[in-house]
Design a binder for this molecule. Structure first.
Ligand code: PLP
Length: 410
């Protein structure tokens, strides 16, 4: 056998790999009755309630979104037929880009096939030009940001998570004439805490830096029309580029950047992740467009999510279950132990039909394992209560440290 193949076989059989193997639950979310889903566990279909989906507002099953996708399939078929510059630019792509630019109050927007590709593809270009750009990046930025920055080959200065004093220290060392770019997330994907955007915008202005703000876990959910945390905090005009996804609150798939036309155009011309791939299917663009338009004019979903998240955080805090942060709708509960995290997840699904995926390294640092709980707008209050009671009981049974045994939430 080829030694290259042998390497992977040996590795997959190693005791360490078996202990930490990632298991993917096969799950069929039920359109019209989500958060209910049918999970296939060892060949047995079981109904579960999903508590870790990024379809935070249930837009993946919204009638207007489904109707838009169906109509687009009837008109244009299923695939786009090509990359954006070779026959794959559908009218829905153009309309969606115009909508997203307007949504964020920016000159221009550009679609990618995922949020990952948007960060990776855009940052490779924006951090890589001009050559001597100094990039200031939060230490907990998402993998897609890290990859984009690596590919850009820019000089990186990594500041402690949400630590604006550290960011300023680093900005001050870079020299006044050097082009600078600050890259950060508004709502952190795992911790759920929120970056101090007013301070970040102030520092960017003080040191003459451009800014690239990932609002993946905020768009659709915060601020006027759901335009995100920068819009909520009244500083969206002070951020150069807003990056978002269509895959979370908007319930579909795809990513985008919105910003000054000159920057967006540079990414359109130079980004390999944008150029060398088939564009998103017209039906997806149509569905995303319907979703964005709906959420710009409806508060119902945002209010329901905020209510459910507040109730869940109150119940878990009362039960002394440690929350990583209490600032957003992402309610990560701290376990801090790989095996207990998996066990808690297993018992939740087996005993209560509750599905929460354990989050272990490398998605979080080893020793910082969490259950990343995502209440949605489509859970009922009674389900939130049932969930909190189940978690409380498991915390005792598995002897996972309670909140007083840990630091207070960020
Ligand atoms: N940015 C952040 C902060 C994320 O958490 C994610 C995905 O979870 C992405 C980017 C990538 O977005 P997408 O899932 O649309 O590829």
């Amino acid at each position: 056998m080829a030694s290259h193949l042998r390497h992977f076989i040996d590795r997959s059989d190693s005791p360490e790999n078996i202990a930490f193997k990632r298991e993917f639950l096969e799950i069929g979310r039920q359109a019209g009755s989500f958060p209910s889903a049918i999970a296939n566990r060892d060949g047995t279909p079981t109904e579960v309630s999903v508590w870790c989906s990024n379809d935070y507002l249930g837009m993946g099953q919204h009638p207007a979104v489904l109707a838009a996708a169906r109509a687009a399939i009837d008109t244009y078929g299923v695939g786009s037929g090509g990359s954006r510059n070779i026959g794959g630019t559908n009218p829905y792509h153009v309309e969606l880009e115009a909508e997203l630019a307007d949504f964020h109050g920016k000159e221009s927007a550009l679609l990618f096939t995922s949020g990952f590709a948007a960060n990776d593809g855009a940052l490779t270009v924006l951090a890589g030009n001009p050559d001597d750009t100094a990039v200031f990046s939060d230490e907990l930025n998402h993998a897609s940001i890290i990859d984009g920055l690596r590919r850009s080959r820019a000089d990186k200065f990594i500041y402690r998570h949400n630590d604006m004093a550290h960011l300023e220290e680093l900005l001050a060392t870079a020299g006044p004439d050097r082009p600078k770019l600050i890259v950060l997330e508004s709502v952190h994907s795992m911790a759920g805490d929120i970056a101090p955007l007013v301070e970040a915008a102030g520092l960017a202005e003080k040191y003459g830096a451009s800014t690239f703000l990932d609002e993946v876990h905020a768009v659709g959910m915060y601020g006027p029309q759901g335009a995100g945390i920068a819009a909520r905090d009244g500083v969206v005009d002070r951020f150069t580029v807003i990056m978002g996804t269509l895959a979370k609150a908007f319930g579909t798939v795809g990513g985008y950047i919105a910003g000054p036309a000159a920057m967006i155009d540079a990414v359109r011309m130079l980004s390999r992740a944008f150029i060398f791939t088939t564009s998103m299917p017209p039906a997806t663009a149509a569905a995303a467009l319907a979703s964005v338009r709906h959420l710009r004019s409806s508060e119902v979903e945002r209010e329901r999510l905020a209510r459910n998240a507040a109730l869940l955080k109150r119940l878990l805090s009362d039960a002394e279950v440690p929350l990583v942060s209490d600032q957003s709708h992402i309610v990560s509960v701290f376990v801090g132990d790989d095996r207990k995290c998996k066990e808690a997840s297993r018992l939740l699904i087996e005993r209560h039909g509750i599905y929460v995926q354990p989050i272990n390294a490398p998605s979080v640092r080893a020793g910082e394992e969490v259950l990343r709980v995502a209440p949605s707008a489509v859970h009922e209050a009674a389900e939130v209560e049932k969930f909190a009671a189940a978690v409380q009981q498991l915390w005792k049974e598995l002897e996972i440290p309670s909140a007083p045994a840990r630091q207070s939430p960020r």
